[in-house]
Design a protein around this ligand. Structure first.
Ligand code: EPZ
Length: 429
């Protein structure tokens, strides 16, 4: 199993190109199931999750062609996928595939909306929380599907198609909102979605669906209106930049010190995180090509943060912020409100010499002058990169184990950091 070796203590200086967003790419690829025409996605990141979803969609009969290099393409240019679901030959998503990546459960919406039936494995447990899918099933029932659960599978049927309706989410759910947008796009009549997720990835999916001929308004607000259409067509869409990757590298620069431009990043996609970085003592500036982040000389100030749905502080940056706060001059508090078990990185950061006390949803971090390298274990995608951030500032060598977690969501992480002066390398096998 690959590991990553890091020798800390170097500042980061230079430019990091930001990739397309994993959490927009996955639902956008799944939306390709809604039409028999070709959907072309540009700026697609090369990630393990994207590769796995290609296999899952292939299992339904979807052809995916990856566009070749074009003159002038830089080495970090995103890939282009040509997604064609002309013939859906199988409406079952098997356990072997769905259990590897939860978001693949979202195929249930376009399958039942277009084909009138779907049999999708329940995703099962997850390291960061129980993560039920009850609200996604509520959406399909609200739009008229009959839902049965049998042998670990959800069987959804709507032989005469879905019907528009009112969906009121009791809590904000990104997956639930994606499911509602995709299902309602082909439903007969109008659907109103209340307390919808407002994440930028929701807006990106709605934009692409509208290019395919859907009639969606209000995406990005908590009330979305979808006028169903009988058929959707093809479209070409470029995936928005990854705000979580952006925030991760910004935290790394604040941690090590240095001056880096995050090329292609868009500040409005992660303003809450940038405000926290400014409070922590980093210099944050929008440029005409992205975001410039620097910290030179000034220490790291402690902060109090509560994770929240967008536009609040993203839970997917919580672990990275905690790594930064391990070296703050004082006491920080981070409260995690989205997932009930998203502190798996705490004991690993403690192995590097951090002082962190957990009390229910809140972690209290007493900043220390220095961290010291040690072998650590990655447990999930965002926890693993928080260990990389801490190791970049720790004295000596750190070995991060189980880095396959990282590959799910960070494209060429070592290359991007080495280009900015970090001493980091992957050790295969
Ligand atoms: C998406 O997950 C992201 N995944 C997550 O990123 C992200 O952490 C999360 O949204 C919150 O921003 C993708 O986009 C692929 P939710 P999702 O439905 O849709 C509860 C990463 O690191 N809930 O918004 O699964 C749920 O348990 C990943 O890239 C129900 O109770 O998250 C959680 O407590 C990790 N019933 C809360 O809602 C449901 O039916 C928010 O979850 C659905 C969700």
């Amino acid at each position: 199993m690959d590991r990553i070796r890091i020798v800390g203590g170097r500042h980061l200086n230079g430019t990091i190109p930001i990739s397309g967003a994993k959490n927009a790419t996955l639902p956008l690829m799944i939306a390709g199931l809604l039409t028999d025409q070709t959907v072309i996605l540009d700026n697609v990141p090369r990630l393990a999750d994207v590769g796995l979803l290609q296999r899952i969609l292939g299992n339904h009969g979807v052809d995916i062609m990856v566009g070749g290099k074009r003159p002038g393409d830089t080495e970090y240019k995103g890939q282009t996928l040509h997604i064609s679901a002309a013939n859906i030959v199988d409406t079952t998503a098997p356990y072997e595939l769905v259990s590897k990546m939860r978001a693949s459960f979202w195929v249930i919406a376009p399958l039942v909306a277009r084909m009138g039936q779907a049999k999708v494995s329940m995703p099962g447990g997850c390291a960061i929380g129980t993560r039920p899918v009850d609200l996604l099933l509520m959406v399909l029932e609200r739009l008229g599907a009959a839902i049965d659960i049998d042998g670990g599978y959800v069987i959804a049927r709507a032989p005469r198609g879905l019907k528009g309706g009112e969906i009121v989410f009791p809590k904000v759910t990104v997956g639930g909102t994606h499911t509602a947008l995709m299902a309602a796009a082909l439903a007969d009549g109008t659907t109103v979605i209340e307390n919808a997720a407002r994440e930028p990835e929701i807006v990106d999916v709605a934009d692409c669906l509208n290019k395919m001929g859907a009639k969606i308004s209000g995406a990005g607000t908590s009330r979305i209106l979808v006028k169903g259409v009988a058929k959707l067509g093809g479209a070409r869409h470029s995936v928005l930049p990854d705000r979580i990757e952006t925030g991760t590298y910004a935290m790394a620069v604040a941690m090590t010190g240095g001056d880096v431009t995050l090329e292609g990043a868009r500040p409005e996609l992660l303003q809450a995180a940038l405000d926290v970085l400014t409070r922590a003592g980093a210099d944050v500036a929008a440029t005409n090509t992205g975001i410039r982040i620097a910290r030179n000389g000034a220490g790291i100030a402690p902060v109090e943060v509560v994770t929240d749905p967008f536009p609040g502080f993203p839970t997917d940056l919580q672990a990275q912020l905690m790594a930064l706060m391990t070296r703050a001059k004082g006491t920080s508090r981070i409260t995690e409100t989205i997932f009930e078990n998203r502190f798996m990185h705490v004991q690993e950061l403690v192995r590097l010499g951090a002082h962190i006390h957990l009390d229910g949803e809140t972690a209290t971090i007493e900043g220390v002058d220095k961290l010291k390298g040690a072998p650590v274990m990655a447990t999930d995608l965002r926890a693993s990169v928080s260990l990389v951030i801490a190791a970049l500032a720790a004295e000596g060598e750190t070995m991060v184990n189980r880095v396959y977690h990282l590959d799910r969501g960070f494209e060429r992480l070592e290359d991007k950091l080495v280009a900015c002066g970090a001493e980091i390398a992957r050790i295969s096998g």
